[in-house]
Design a protein around this ligand. Sequence first.
Ligand SMILES: [Zn+2]
Length: 241
Amino acid sequence: MCDGPAYWCCRQYSGYWRAGRTGGKGPGYTGAYVPGSSLKGKMRSLLERKTGVPFDRYGGNGVYRHECTDRSCPVCRVYGATGGREGSDKNIPGRLIVRDMHMTPESVELLSRIETGLQYTEWKFENSLDRVTAAANPRQLERVPRGTKFNFEILYTVETDNIAELEEDITYLVQILGLVEDDTLGGHGSRGYGKVLFHFTSFEGRSLAYYSGDKSAVLRFDVKTPEECVAVAGQMAAFFG
Ligand SMILES: [Zn+2]
């Protein structure tokens, strides 16, 4: 059994994001952030569509998704699944961690000097018109200005000694990030919000020996794009073989 996380670090920019906050706007406020759960949910939904798995689990409130108890399922073995009616002994713990993405210090500094009427974010004005009377019904939405950068980190825990499965997981993860770039993140995507671009800074694998004190037990690639990451997925998988 191989163990220990591989992780990707990258920075994200061009974000239109309906703001989430680290808590108030008082001292210590460091700007809006993108919740890790939002990106993880988007990644899972895109992988479900890419792999064509059935949407057969009812999650309440009219929401259906895919969730099964098959440990070879490329969706559930990475993103996790509960056993549902088959019982908790069928639960599949997820292998993926997506950290919350906070604004870079440079973006916080830049936005603090721009007058938008809000601290670190901006008002987006929208309008709907009555089709008969042409009466305006304006609304405002708070969002992150274009070009804002967020630090980004995801971790995948290696829980298999099946190298082919590991390479498939890595490849899917990176391909899905590429799909997110051509999709949207957050709400109002069809109206221009949520375009993101990932800039990788590193792709690093750490074996169990690393956590026992051998800091050389690391394989690191200085990749910049999802495509470069996919190209070395096989080497990363073999590192854990
Ligand atoms: Zn599944």
